[in-house]
Design a protein around this ligand. Sequence first.
Ligand code: NDP
Length: 244
Amino acid sequence: MQLNFSGLRALVTGAGKGIGRDTVKALYASGARVVAVSRTDSDLVSLSKECPGIEPVCVDLGDWEATERALGAVGPVDLLVNNAAILLPQPFLEVTKEVFDRSFNVNLRSVFQVSQIVAQGMINRGVPGSIVNVSSMVAHVTFPNLSTYCSTKGAMTMLTKAMALELGPHKIRVNSVNPTVVLTNMGKMVSADPEFSRKLKERHPLRKFAEVDDVVNSILFLLSDQSASTSGSGILVDAGYLAS
Ligand code: NDP
């Protein structure tokens, strides 16, 4: 699917590594101007070399005030990908306040904050827009030691619907993508045990995990006019896992 985002400006969070990084590259290749937001400056430096002209913004999205300073005046944005997230595994009985707060601040609160900034800008300009929240299949099914992470993604399902409801009248669509394991740094961490990884893969009807490109393609589809009547919805990129 060849999409053309020429003339549009996109903002991608968590742009330094993994799915976010490849999303920036795909949007850039499709003609969009891209604001790349991430936490580690060296990632943004190397990404800027690969994609000359992108606008790097280095900020910790878990810090509300720093995010306001970095993105409060970000200017016109037509496409938003809320992708940044962390996964800090802990058994339920050992979940700490620090891990809970940090996880919800990065994975969910920043989605509220960045989306408010971007959506308000779209409404002020009177232009349509599309927002994609990168969620997970764990919004629907849970795994041991992931109660906090799964809760952030479960909450994202309802946030996606709430945003779709309130922003729809302004012609802003909001959807999610919900992948299974993708072998980025995060995915490698959760599937580090080879026996666990093998068994988990076997539980997928397609007997595989998802590729970064599979997720990026779904993100781009939801950002594009090809999904013009889709809002408040989610695309599972789960190799069939939830069908079983
Ligand atoms: P990675 O850990 O590979 O990359 C995450 C990126 O987000 C990094 O560049 C990271 O920067 C950035 N980031 C994290 N915290 C912050 C922060 N506080 N402020 C700014 N940037 C931040 O993750 P993935 O690419 O795998 O994950 C992307 C999305 O996909 C996430 O929402 C994740 O939940 C979701 N997902 C991933 C799956 C997987 O198996 N990989 C499966 C299902 C969903 P830095 O490294 O500098 O902290």
